[in-house]
Design a protein around this ligand. Structure first.
Ligand code: NOJ
Length: 488
C-alpha cells in the first residue's frame, strides 16, 4: 500500500481526536497521548486542585520610598551601574502597590483560586529589626482583605530576596547568624498579625538562587563572591533562618496555619524511565540538594556534602540541625528546568548528563524546556521524604512577547510550554503523587532581577509606559485549564 505523508497526518490527527482507531495493515497502533484520551477523563486534575498565580514584592510593587519602607539590598544593587540590564530598577516596577485592586480583578477574571505574593521585610521593619512600621503591614492587610473579598486564598512568602539593607551593612546579611535570628522575629511578628486570614506561609523563596547568585557568583544582590568557607556558612545561616522562622510562626500563628518553603531544588529527571535510572535520579536529588532541601528534610548534611567541602564545611551546633529540620506542613517546589541523571554503576550511583548545545530553551538562556520536570520533581520529594502535601510554587516561562497589530500577544510558545509541563503534572496527580496546587509564574510581566524588564514571564503583558495590563493568549489558555480543571 502506498502511504503518503498526508495520509499519515490524517491518521495521526484522527487518533488524537479520540475517534475510532484507524489502523494500517502491519503498522503499530498509535500510542495514547500522555494523560490519556483527548476525550477528557484522564486529562483532569483532582477535585479541589488549587490553581494560582504568583509574584514577589520587589518585582511588582514599586513605591520603594513610600509609607516608611526601608531600603533593601535590591535597591542598592539595581542602582549600582552595570548590575542590571539597561540599569533597570524596581523603583516603579508594576506599580502594584497602588494598583493591587486592579491586579486582583485580573486574577478574578482568570479564575485563580489562590495567589502567592511576598511580603517586603523592610516595609514591616525598615531596618530589619527594632520598631515595626505599622503602615508597612497595612498594605498587606489591605491586599489580603481584597483577595479574600474576591474568593482568592492568600499564600504569603516571607522572604523573596529583598533583605533590608541595614542588615547587610550591619551583619553582612545572611553571612551572619544575627540575620537568621532577625528573620525569625520578623516572621513571628507577621504571622501573629496575618494568620487570622493567611492560612499558608512560605518562609524563604529559593535558597538555591539568592544565596548562590548573591553570595557566591555576585550576579544578584548583594553582589558578593565570598570565599568558600564563608559562603558555606552563609548557606547554613539561610537554612537556619528558615528553621527559626518555622518555630516563630508555630509559636505565634493561629492553630490552623500551614507552614512550608518554596525551593528551586535541582529537579533530577531520569534519562530513561527504567528502574536503574529512576533510582539514580532519586539519589542525585538527595545529593545535589544537600545544602538546602535535604538538610531541611533530614536534619543533617549528607556525609558526601561535608566531605566535599572539607575544611570549608559549615560550622554549626547540633541544635541548629534540629531547628533547620523543624517539621513542615507542606513543601513548595519552583520548577523550571530539568537536571538529567543517569545510573553509572559507580559508588556514587549517578552521573549528571549536561544538556547538549542544541537543547531547546525559552527566552531566558537558563530556561531549558523539560516538561518531565513537573512529574519527577514532586515524585522525588514524595518518594525520598514522604511529603504528603506538595505545591508547585512556581512554573512558567519567558518568551519574546511582542504585541501583534491588534495589541494582543499571541505567545504560542508559552502555551506550548505550559501545556506540556501541565501534562506531566497531570500525570503526577493521576499517579497519586500528592500535588495539591500550582502557582503559575507570573500573573504579569515584572522586574526579572538582573535581567531587568527584558525577560517577560507574565500571563498579562505590561506596557511599562502606561502600566496597562493586557491578557496574552496564555492567559486565555490558563483560564480554560482552570475552568475545566484539565489540560486543554
Ligand atoms: C524564580 C524566582 O523566584 C522569581 O523571582 C523569578 O522571577 C522566576 N524564578 C523567573 O526567573
Amino acid at each position: 500500500m502506498k502511504f503518503s505523508r498526508r495520509d499519515f497526518a490524517k491518521i495521526v490527527g484522527t487518533a488524537a481526536l479520540g475517534s475510532a482507531t484507524v489502523n494500517v495493515a502491519g503498522a503499530e497502533p498509535p500510542l495514547p497521548a500522555i494523560g490519556g484520551t483527548a476525550a477528557g477523563g484522564q486529562r483532569t486534575f483532582p477535585d479541589g486542585f488549587l490553581w494560582g498565580s504568583a509574584t514577589a514584592s520587589y518585582q511588582v510593587e514599586g513605591a520603594v520610598k513610600e509609607d516608611g519602607r526601608g531600603p533593601t539590598i535590591w535597591d542598592t544593587f539595581s542602582h549600582t551601574p552595570g548590575k542590571t540590564v539597561n540599569g533597570a530598577t524596581g523603583d516603579v516596577a508594576d506599580d502594584h502597590y497602588h494598583r493591587f485592586k486592579g491586579d486582583i480583578a485580573l486574577m478574578k477574571a482568570l479564575g485563580v483560586r489562590s495567589y502567592r505574593f511576598s511580603i517586603a521585610w523592610s516595609r514591616v521593619f525598615p531596618t530589619g529589626t527594632g520598631s515595626p512600621n505599622p503602615k508597612g503591614l497595612d498594605f498587606y492587610n489591605k491586599l489580603v482583605d481584597e483577595l479574600l473579598k474576591n474568593g482568592i486564598q492568600p499564600f504569603a512568602t516571607l522572604y523573596h530576596w529583598d533583605l533590608p539593607q541595614a542588615l547587610q551593612d550591619k551583619n553582612g546579611g545572611w553571612e551572619s547568624r544575627d540575620t537568621s535570628e532577625a528573620f525569625g522575629n520578623y516572621a513571628g511578628y507577621v504571622g501573629e498579625r496575618l494568620s487570622d486570614r493567611v492560612k499558608h506561609f512560605f518562609t524563604i523563596n529559593e535558597f538555591g538562587a539568592f544565596v548562590e547568585l548573591g553570595y557566591n557568583l555576585g550576579i544578584h544582590a548583594p553582589g558578593l563572591k565570598l570565599p568558600k568557607g564563608r559562603f558555606n556558612q552563609t548557606r547554613h545561616h539561610a537554612v537556619l533562618g528558615h528553621g527559626l522562622a518555622v518555630q516563630a510562626l508555630r509559636a505565634k500563628c493561629k492553630q490552623d496555619t500551614k507552614i512550608g518553603i518554596a525551593e528551586n531544588m535541582a529537579i533530577c529527571v531520569p534519562v530513561i524511565e527504567t528502574p536503574e535510572h529512576i533510582k539514580a535520579a532519586e539519589e542525585a536529588c538527595r545529593q545535589l540538594n544537600a545544602q538546602y532541601m535535604t538538610v531541611i528534610q533530614e536534619g543533617k548534611y549528607t556525609k558526601e556534602y561535608l566531605a566535599a567541602q572539607g575544611a570549608d564545611a559549615p560550622k554549626f551546633m547540633d541544635a541548629d540541625l534540629k531547628t533547620i529540620s523543624s517539621p513542615l506542613d507542606f513543601v513548595g517546589i519552583n520548577i523550571y528546568t530539568p537536571t538529567y541523571v543517569r545510573a553509572d554503576g559507580s559508588k556514587k550511583g549517578f552521573q549528571v548528563v549536561p544538556h547538549p548545545a542544541t537543547f531547546p530553551h525559552m527566552a531566558s538562556q537558563w530556561l531549558s524546556i523539560g516538561p518531565e520536570a513537573l512529574y519527577w520533581g514532586p515524585h522525588n520529594v514524595n518518594k525520598l521524604w514522604n511529603v504528603k502535601e506538595i505545591y508547585i510554587t512556581e512554573n512558567g516561562c519567558s518568551s519574546s512577547d511582542i504585541p501583534a497589530a491588534d495589541g494582543k500577544v499571541y505567545d504560542t510558545d508559552r502555551v506550548m510550554f505550559l501545556r506540556n509541563y501541565l501534562s506531566h503534572l497531570q500525570r503526577a496527580t493521576s499517579d497519586g503523587i500528592p500535588v495539591k496546587g500550582y502557582f503559575l509564574w507570573s500573573l504579569m510581566d515584572n522586574f526579572e532581577w538582573a535581567d531587568g524588564y527584558t525577560n517577560r514571564f507574565g500571563l498579562h503583558y505590561v506596557d511599562y509606559e502606561t502600566q496597562k495590563r493586557t491578557p496574552k493568549l496564555s492567559a486565555d489558555f490558563y483560564k480554560q485549564v482552570i475552568a475545566r480543571n484539565m489540560v486543554v
